[in-house]
Design a protein around this ligand. Structure first.
Ligand code: GCB
Length: 587
């Protein structure tokens, strides 16, 4: 081997230059209402378990004719296999089913430069970190598998043919968010849309529109020299000039919009113009607050008739289509829901847009799941960034009422500090919504008790009496022993029910047992005044590596509907009957 090649293979620091987190929330641009060029479709693809590509700098290879090559490269990013984007590699080939590591995506990009225009690439999501290269230059790395990120290509683009290359890595490590152990499948790849935006020199970075008291407040951020922006909501007769100071503008406008609610999901067209740039959105106005143990929507007490959902599909993996979201929401409506918990990570952004239109309320969450590395500052930065990216992406969505900062995390000092920090961050980014986290019961004291509770608005509670906790009577005792000073939402409860021909007739994993657990849960929880909602676990069965038993066979089977997204289990009807009764009382 030549000296430099040898050195590359032995260099264990090979990835250090790429471990930046520079593609973060601050690089996001507002994209609603923009027309971009879709870069979806076939990309060249190669899995790379040992990171040979980073060591050998595959990204620096030029696409000359293979016969002209003077070095024997082990990979040719310009030829060979292709996969569609978006997709998860597990669903493309059986041999990639459990693949964990880096994979390379390459595609050409033709550029016709126009002076003064800027090109920004946006990747909807890539699991888990994604390094971006253009024509051999490293442009940055994004951490976090479920939030969008942007990278400006302007300086690195050349006229004519360019090559865009992504190195996506889904390895589970201790310092990531989530870390090594989760109860959902570790899909890998670029699994949401990739879009290229051609923009003027002044670019609208952010637009946050919300109801504050009896007024509409608008905050904007603009990149580039621009003294003012123009904001309008034609249906409300609003058309106003917004002065910008150092790219930022803020205005509060007296207005009485018709309020958004599940019964009346009213949305208004809004638009913002700055220089030659313009964005549009459709925004609903409503208030969500809490008072004592009540959750109030537009000042009126509310019970959240919910269900938890994952993004998972038997054939598509984590890729979520509009059809899939609409089917999910239609099933939730059939169940009588007014609320969904989008667990355990940010779902596709179309979900909240469609929920806005359909009048469903949402809990959105970041994957601060189980025992992540709470005392590691890098882990914390990652979690904070994912939360910021989620909030900036969805804070114009009336449907989103709760930001959840995590799920089932043990009550340690480090965790308290970490998650309190996240709850404060959520309030700083968006003071108009409630914060929550899915907490655990104190099983020793049989009591709702978590030091995080005083730092969040709604106590989410995961409890599995009748399933992981055998003695069902303890749930009643917990109810009696607890006197929370704020609303509790049962963020999870449930039981597995195998609806296939392998499913037993009776006992654990039978449909009858699952139904019985729901019956008992409903009977107990309905008596607790401070329980202001529930989102049982879960709408559909979902795929997961860690469940390989005789009834689970690679799937968590706590769905009220099977993994085919069609076969309803008896517990579906049980919960639907309860929600119908609750809805009748409320009306
Ligand atoms: C939980 C977790 C969820 C799991 C579920 C289960 O408490 O929050 O991610 O999938 O239990 O089925 O065990």
């Amino acid at each position: 081997l030549a000296d430099n090649a040898l050195q590359a293979l032995h260099d264990e620091d090979y990835d250090r230059p790429f471990n930046t987190q520079n593609l973060n929330a601050d690089t996001l641009i507002f994209t609603r209402g923009r027309q971009g060029q879709s870069l979806d479709g076939d990309w060249n693809f190669c899995v790379d378990l040992l990171d040979t590509g980073l060591r050998q700098k595959w990204f620096a290879m030029t696409p000359e004719a293979p016969e002209d090559r003077i070095e024997p490269w082990d990979y040719d990013p310009y030829m060979g296999e292709t996969v569609p984007v978006p997709s998860c590699w597990q669903m493309q080939k059986e041999k990639w089913y459990f693949f964990e590591g880096s994979a390379w995506y390459t595609r050409p990009l033709t550029h016709d430069p126009v002076p003064g225009r800027r090109q920004v690439l946006r990747i909807g999501a890539a699991q888990y970190d994604c390094k971006v290269f253009l024509n051999g230059a490293f442009l940055g790395n994004h951490y976090g598998g479920s939030t969008p990120f942007c990278v400006e290509l302007t300086e690195a683009l050349k006229p004519g043919q360019n090559w865009l290359m992504l190195c996506v890595n889904n390895t589970r490590t201790r310092d990531r968010v989530p870390m090594r152990n989760t109860d959902w499948f570790n899909y890998g790849g670029v699994y949401r849309e990739v879009t290229l935006y051609d923009l003027p020199s002044v670019v609208i970075r952010d637009l946050f529109v919300r109801l504050e008291g009896n007024a509409i407040r608008v905050s904007v951020a603009v990149d580039g020299a621009c003294a003012s922006a123009r904001f309008s909501i034609p249906e409300l007769g609003i058309d106003t000039e917004l002065p910008l100071i150092a790219g930022k503008g803020d205005v509060t406008l007296a207005a009485s919009p018709e309020l958004w609610s599940p019964d009346n999901p009213k949305l208004y067209d809004v638009s913002l113009t700055a220089g030659e740039d313009q964005v549009q959105d459709r925004v609903g106005f409503r208030s969500i607050s809490r008072e004592g143990t009540e959750i109030l929507l537009n000042g009126k007490p509310l019970f959240l008739r919910g269900i938890s959902v994952h993004e998972d599909d038997a054939t598509q993996g984590k890729v979520t289509s509009e059809t899939d979201i609409r089917r999910r929401f239609a099933h939730a409506k059939e169940l009588g829901c007014n609320f969904l918990r989008l667990a355990h990570y940010p779902h596709h952004e179309r979900a909240a847009e469609i929920a806005d239109e359909m009048g469903l309320m949402l809990w959105e969450e970041v994957p601060v799941y189980w025992a992540i590395d709470f005392s590691n500052p890098a882990t914390r930065r990652d979690a904070e960034n994912q939360l910021r990216e989620l909030i900036r992406r969805d804070r114009n969505r009336a449907s989103v009422i709760i930001w959840s900062v995590g799920n089932e995390n043990p009550d340690t000092d480090a965790r308290l500090d970490f998650m309190r920090g996240l709850a404060d961050l959520a309030k700083a980014e968006d003071p108009t919504r409630l914060t929550s986290a899915a907490c655990l019961v104190n099983h020793a004291k049989l009591k709702i008790e978590d030091r995080l509770a005083e730092h969040i608005d709604v106590i989410g509670l995961n409890e599995y009496y009748g399933w992981y906790e055998e003695n069902f009577d303890e749930l009643g005792e917990i109810g009696r022993n607890s006197a929370p000073d704020r609303p509790v939402v049962i963020s999870e409860t449930g039981a597995d029910g195998d609806s296939t021909e392998h499913g037993p007739e009776r006992g654990l994993f039978s449909l009858a047992y699952q139904d019985e657990v729901y019956a008992k849960q409903i009977a107990t929880l309905r008596a607790l005044d401070y329980v202001k909602g529930m989102s049982p676990w879960i709408l559909y069965d979902f795929r997961v590596e860690r469940r390989q038993g005789i009834f689970q066979r690679g799937w968590n089977r706590k769905g009220l509907i099977a993994g085919d997204k069609a076969t309803k289990k008896p517990a579906f009807h049980r919960l639907a009957a309860y929600y119908a009764e609750r809805a009748a009382v409320e009306h």
